[in-house]
Design a protein around this ligand. Structure first.
Ligand SMILES: Cc1cc2nc3c(=O)[nH]c(=O)nc-3n(C[C@H](O)[C@H](O)[C@H](O)COP(=O)(O)O)c2cc1C
Length: 363
């Protein structure tokens, strides 16, 4: 069945989607479809049936969480609508996080977010591109999301059906150390107060699409301060903290970060977010590249972090993310020592059952 699905997707659906829709329009259409599927019991039954039919069960304990499979849908797909004001977001009727039910039922573990303390509309204009020859994506969505309070309120009423994570980020532009810490703690606190207890929480230290300096967010000092505060807040609820880092850091930076994560009790590090590069439309503007073009860099980051983990003999798992598109790239991450993997661009190039395609050698 999976072979039939793959052939149909590669030779019929994908060319049709690419022909009819730009990357951005395809994404918008996918969100509209997901919002409809979320309220359809037939769609949910189909999603569950599909997952059970094609998923290879490979139970794994990663970053303090027990999962059925090491393949996790990365942050940025199920992240919710953008809003300008908190009141507008918290009072919004209807589905403000399209995919909240369908994606977990279809693909299993999902990382929701990123959510910031306050809602964000994200960047205007074209913000998502694809580069088909390299199977890459590029985006400068700019952390569009409903904000932590509205997301928590929504998820309290719409609990995802499988283990899920919540990814939180500092609002772009916030420079003040105390405000950063306050925002992060309030964003995490919004979920805890609403009694929404994710399997893990991820601090997104890396936001290349918001015109912030990505590595400025990732100094060992800053990582230690923010992660330390979050670990303290999450420990009473037994929620492990994961951290997401950028590609393109030096080996020394990755090693220093791993030492900081170990010191404060982070349980996993996701390597990596997207890589900032000029956009296809305007070389003066940057956006984060994911998919094929990111793979080698994400693999290098994974390798550095795993080596440091082994040297320190610590329990911070490394999760590979970047250009996970097929069985070969999956094996590359596993051989580099990744305990689990995350994917986003594979949804574009392998379709909704990408997770099953990736884990099969025989396709
Ligand atoms: C449109 C889009 C939006 C994204 N938004 C987020 C986000 O809000 N938070 C985050 O941590 N990562 C975000 N990401 C990055 C992905 O989670 C992932 O790290 C990256 O795409 C690399 O994986 P890939 O090569 O499989 O695409 C986004 C990626 C894309 C393509």
């Amino acid at each position: 069945m999976l072979r039939f699905y793959r052939l149909t997707y590669h030779f019929f659906l994908r060319p049709l989607i690419f022909q009819l829709f730009s990357a951005q329009d395809a994404h918008t259409q996918a969100m509209t479809l997901l919002a409809r599927c979320d309220i359809s019991s037939v769609a949910q039954k189909l999603a569950i049936w599909l997952r059970h039919t094609v998923e290879i069960q490979q139970p794994v304990n990663v970053g303090g969480v027990q999962l059925d499979s090491p393949l996790i849908l990365a942050a940025g797909f199920v992240k919710g609508l953008g809003f300008a004001f908190e009141q507008e977001a918290t009072e919004a009727e209807g589905n403000i996080i399209p995919g909240w039910r369908t994606m977990p039922n279809l693909v299993g573990a999902v990382e929701f977010g990123s959510f910031t303390r306050y809602p964000r509309l994200g960047n205007p204009g074209t913000v998502i591109w694809r580069d088909v020859p390299t199977q890459s994506t590029q985006n400068r969505v700019g952390l569009k999301n409903p904000g932590a309070c509205a997301a928590a309120k929504f998820l309290k009423r719409h609990l995802p059906p499988t283990p899920f994570g919540v990814n939180i980020a500092v609002s772009p532009g916030v420079e003040d150390a105390q405000q950063e810490e306050r925002e992060i703690l309030e964003a995490a606190g919004a979920f805890l107060q609403a009694e929404v207890f994710p399997g893990w929480m991820t601090l997104n230290l890396s936001c290349p699409n918001t015109e912030d300096d990505p590595s400025g967010h990732q100094s060992a000092e800053k990582a230690e301060r923010l992660c330390g505060a979050l670990v303290e807040a999450l420990t009473p609820f037994k929620i492990p903290l994961w951290v997401k880092v950028s590609p393109g850091l030096s080996e020394m930076q990755y090693r220093e970060l791993m030492r900081s994560f170990t010191k404060v009790g982070v349980r996993a590090v996701i390597a990596t977010n997207t890589l900032a590069q000029p956009t296809p439309d305007d070389s003066g503007m940057v956006a984060g590249v994911g998919g094929g073009k990111l793979h080698q860099e994400a693999l290098r980051a994974t390798t550095c972090l795993v080596e440091e983990k082994q040297r320190l003999d610590c329990n911070v798992d490394v999760i590979g993310c970047g250009g996970l598109l097929d069985y070969q790239t999956y094996q590359a991450f596993r051989q580099a020592g990744a305990a689990a993997v995350q994917y986003w661009s594979a949804l574009v190039y392998e379709g909704p059952l990408a997770f099953a395609v990736i884990s099969r050698k025989d396709l």
